[in-house]
Write a protein that binds this ligand. Structure first.
Ligand code: SF4
Length: 211
């Protein structure tokens, strides 16, 4: 969570998946509050893991991608590290998102996450794949047309080609730095209080008595 930097100073660990997400949620994770996942989110998480595994295997066998690659970007100046696990990476990263409904455009925080991976991989482009969650992911994956890879198409599937964005990376660093400052002051930052609270494991802290 918070690691010693070897010179006595502490390096905080953020996750790429937290890029531009609710700062209060990141704060609670750093402070070690227990997570309490709603049951319906657990079901989705499991479906998401299955989907990642099946699609990941295809990317590995057919296209030579490395799966679940761990990365660390460190800034001694800012006093933190960003850790990540890239779903699939070769000369560019691919991030797979299982969703119950597919977005028209990518979510900002998914773009920010992918952007961290592009920064690490020194890639000019990355790809976001949104795939509809299904109990049997092969039923969706079997219908995907890979002939124009990496821009693949299919029903219940959307691929976005995304260029690396230097400004977005700076914004991401700034976002993490603000959470770090809040952590040091022991003062939880304001939360998003949005639809995303429904899926948040710290909902019990922001909405006590509302479970
Ligand atoms: S419940 Fe909402 S506001 Fe509170 S930490 Fe979670 S996402 Fe943020």
């Amino acid at each position: 969570m918070v690691e010693n930097n070897g010179d006595g100073s502490e390096l905080m660990e953020f996750y790429a998946s937290e890029a531009l997400t609710c700062p209060r949620r990141i704060y609670f994770r750093l402070k070690g509050y227990p997570e309490r996942w709603p049951d319906f989110v657990r079901v989705r998480l499991n479906q998401g893991i299955n989907t990642h595994n099946v699609l990941g295997e295809i990317l590995k066998r057919r296209f030579g991608f490395e799966l679940e690659k761990h990365l660390v970007l460190r800034s001694n100046k800012l006093g933190f590290e960003i850790h990540g696990r890239i779903d699939a990476v070769r000369d560019f990263p691919i991030e797979i998102k299982g969703k119950t409904s597919l977005p028209r455009v990518p979510y900002d925080y998914h773009l920010a996450q992918l952007n961290v991976y592009m920064r690490w991989a020194e890639a000019e482009y990355g790809y976001l794949y949104y795939i509809r969650l299904h109990e049997e992911p092969m039923k969706v994956i079997n219908k995907i047309d890979f002939s124009n890879f990496p821009v693949v198409r299919g029903p219940n599937f959307k691929a976005f080609e995304v260029p690396y964005d230097k400004t977005l990376f700076k914004d991401t660093l700034r976002h993490f730095y603000k959470v770090k400052r809040a952590y040091e002051r022991n003062k939880p930052p304001e939360g998003w209080r949005s639809f995303s609270c429904k899926f948040c494991p710290y909902r019990y802290l922001c909405y006590p008595g509302d479970e």
